[in-house]
Design a protein around this ligand. Structure first.
Ligand SMILES: Cc1cc2nc3c(=O)[nH]c(=O)nc-3n(C[C@H](O)[C@H](O)[C@H](O)COP(=O)(O)O)c2cc1C
Length: 430
């Protein structure tokens, strides 16, 4: 995914072509039927990198089979997770890779137009994608009659105002259509009824960026990387209490220990590893006991977290897990679109309860209420934002319950982070 970053000049299509760029598109158009392209993506085992890990080949075949006057391909470049910049890096450093993946996807599902949805906070990505689109059009690699064939595909850019919920696919569709970006119940799924009620294929930047190498090098090559159910590589954004921060691309199945202590260089300042938070605001905190767990979609879910889009925040023993849960809840509360009550009111109530715990003014009854609300918001929210907002709370309660109890029963923040208002205990930042 990142092999071209730093090696090509993103504004020059020639430098992408010199590194085998657009070979896969030309090969697909000349040698493969749309069904064969979908079969190759299915065999590769590629799963959507936008968070849920949905099988990409299955999604493509659903759109290909759907009936509609037109079909669309949408690249989801909203990337709203706080601190994550994997997709931004691909869009900025290797924009033609995204365009090539979209064009192959369009050929496979029968779409003639596509949109890239990018947040306004990514001006460099927007500029480079615009340049890339015009260069590809000039080279006959986008537009009508691509490479002398009867296949036509054009791409427009849509700039989002930067709301987290606009990354959710139905909210994104509303936003592209010029409406307020709020989700709607599914089904119908966008694959059957998306943009202007037409079948719409929505894929993440990294998913689309994986397409050209799969077509070029073959599905078996890709399927051989990773674990039994999660193939290929994944880009993670490694941040927090770690010596080497930044983007890393690793094969699925690598252990957390290798990521944190080998690639990341370990914990700085002689401090002790405490947990790693994966999946952003929808994810969870994984404690030390799982450091040797191979990282893939299934294993992360089993321990109460998710892969998400690839955020990975390492925490040392100076982090308070109540504070961490409160941070993510504040994010979800302020990013809730307000359309459904469980998310709008539930996240605000959970935030209030977490604040009470963090300030040493909560009772055990508040802790039970928090747990009840976690279940209620998870079960009844309209979209993934609310459904996953309790995850950081649930996972920290599961692995670090004693920290919650110390705040509630003793008025103490063991890590010395929370400002206790009423009782004795630790009162200031260490
Ligand atoms: C609150 C919320 C935010 C999301 N943000 C993004 C995002 O920024 N980028 C993304 O690709 N998917 C995001 N998703 C997932 C999309 O709804 C969708 O599943 C994804 O774009 C599908 O692409 P994939 O199959 O390639 O993963 C988000 C989902 C939710 C619930």
């Amino acid at each position: 995914m990142l092999e071209n970053a730093g090696w090509i000049e993103s504004d020059r299509i020639e430098s992408y072509i010199a590194r085998d760029g657009y070979k896969a598109l030309l090969h697909a158009l000349a040698e493969m039927s749309p069904a064969e392209v979908i079969a190759a993506i299915t065999q590769s085992g590629l799963r959507g990198r936008g968070g849920a890990g949905y099988p990409t080949g299955l999604k493509w075949s659903t759109v290909a089979k759907a009936n509609g006057p037109r079909k669309f391909v949408v690249c989801n470049g909203d990337e709203g997770d706080p601190g994550a910049f994997m997709d931004r890096s691909v869009m900025e450093d290797d924009p033609h890779r995204v365009l090539e993946g979209m064009a192959i996807a369009a050929y496979a599902v029968g779409a003639s137009h596509g949109y890239i949805y990018v947040r306004a906070e990514y001006p460099r990505a927007i500029k480079r994608l615009k340049t890339a689109i015009s260069r590809a059009e000039r080279h006959g690699l986008l537009g009508s009659g691509i490479a002398g064939t009867s296949f036509s595909f054009s791409i427009d850019l849509r700039v989002g105002a930067g709301a987290f919920v606009c990354g959710e696919e139905t909210a994104l569709i509303a936003s592209v259509q010029g409406n307020r970006g709020t989700p709607r119940p599914r089904p119908p799924y966008p694959a059957m009824s998306g943009l202007w009620s037409c079948p719409t294929l929505i894929n993440n930047v990294e998913t689309l960026g994986s397409i050209a190498p799969i077509i070029r090098c073959g599905a078996p090559w890709y399927a051989a990387i990773g674990t039994e159910k999660s193939h290929g590589t994944k880009v993670f954004c490694l941040t927090g209490a770690i010596k080497n921060t930044g983007l890393i691309e690793v094969p699925m199945g690598i252990t957390l220990r290798d990521i944190v202590f080998d690639i990341g260089g370990g914990i700085p300042n002689g401090r002790k590893f405490k947990a790693v938070q994966t999946g952003g605001p929808s994810g969870g905190c994984i404690p030390e006991q799982y450091l040797d767990m191979p990282v893939d979609y299934e294993s992360l879910r089993e321990v109460g977290s998710i892969m998400g889009s690839g955020g990975m925040i390492v925490m040392d023993d100076s982090s308070c897990m109540v504070d961490v849960a409160r941070f993510f809840m504040e994010f979800c509360m302020s990013e809730s679109c307000g359309k459904c009550i469980p998310c709008r009111v539930g996240t605000a109530e959970m935030y209030k309860l977490l604040t009470r715990i963090a300030t040493g003014t909560a009772t055990m009854n508040d802790l039970s209420k928090l747990e009840e609300l976690c279940n209620m918001v998870r079960e009844t929210s309209l979209c993934g934002l609310g459904q996953s907002a309790p995850n950081p709370v649930v996972s920290t309660l599961r692995y670090f319950r004693e920290e919650y109890l110390a705040h509630v029963n003793e008025g103490i923040c063991p890590a010395g982070v929370c400002q206790m208002s009423s009782r004795q205990g630790v009162t200031s930042h260490a």
